[in-house]
Design a protein around this ligand. Sequence first.
Ligand code: PLP
Length: 403
Amino acid sequence: MTDPSPLHPGPLHPATRLVHAGQARTPFGETAEALFLTSGFVYSSAEDAEATFQGSLDHYQYSRFGNPTVAMLEERLAAIEGAEACRATASGMAAVHAALLAGLRAGDRVVAARALFGSCHWIVSTLLPRFGIESVFVDGADLDQWRAALARPAKLVLLESPSNPMLEIADLRAIATLAHGAGALVVVDNVFATPLLQRPLTLGADIVVYSCTKHIDGQGRALGGAVLGRKAWIEEVLQPYLRNTGPALSPFNAWLLLKGIETLSLRLDAAGRNAERLAAFLAGEPAVARVWYPTRDDHPQAALARAQMAGGGTLVTFDLHGGKKAAFAFLNALRLIRISNNLGDTKSLVTHPATTTHYRIGAEERARLGIGDGVVRLSVGIEDEADLRHDLAGGLAAAAAGR
Ligand SMILES: *Cc1c(COP(=O)(O)O)cnc(C)c1O
């Protein structure tokens, strides 16, 4: 493939990279990214096939190993993150799974923040120990717990910040320093912040993982994931694992994600602005006991959030007086904002974590994470803020009446 007008070499701003980075045009000169919906590739001779498999010829072989459309997405994500390399996967969980399992072996020790996405928690607490890997959980916001857990050697640290659903902030720089002292690689699940609001690699993390299903697609169409990090680790540790276990991203979904990510900056601006205003609105309502939004003054780690993030993001979590009864009355009274456990969409979505996303972890673990029965997680979309506020007001009235 050729691109007769490659990007100029100067540093481009993120909003520009979202639209242009990684595009490899064919000789047809298409405007949009080409969709290579093919499982395999042909060779012009037996010699070329041999040279490709021996590594002396650069040629696509099979879409489980690599595909030109998927490669465009990988290059774009790497350019936005400022990472040396990226590999895309079929889902966010495939990315987390591969980032962990690719380099771990029996006898290793993993330290993770307790507030993890449900399936990430399952991998660390249930899957890893089956293979003789020790796992330890700590409170992500408590540096003393990290320090104690990392006083012994560890192979890997996994955390997310802001966390789901309580939007707890972990001090990425301090944790990375402790982790490196223990010999561990730091893996950050950066889904809630997105690469535009937080770049963990600049704060000391070694590997960043995404569920592209969330803000990167951002329009509720496709599952996808990504792992980003140093070239040597990606090529020598991750790539053999992906190539031989097969969590490959479909070229069609890669193409959707390429088109989705073009508008990430616009969508984040609009949804983030809505989220900040709606958090302020909710904080002033008598039916609401408490609001969490990372960069608000009343967030316990607001200073840290402002220091390591360029904005508070699109999620707002709040606690309603009246527990589950009030929360259900609230959710059922909404007309515009839909009940869904998904997030990062142009459409505003709401969920009751205690009975859905965090049901399986049990009451005791929920209590430890602060996920009360009145807690509601709102993923704010790009609708008109006045309409969203009106819908929330109707929900709050029902919650107050129903409790
Ligand atoms: C959604 C999500 C995942 C999993 O991603 P999928 O694309 O659903 O597999 C992992 N971590 C976080 C923080 C998420 O929100």
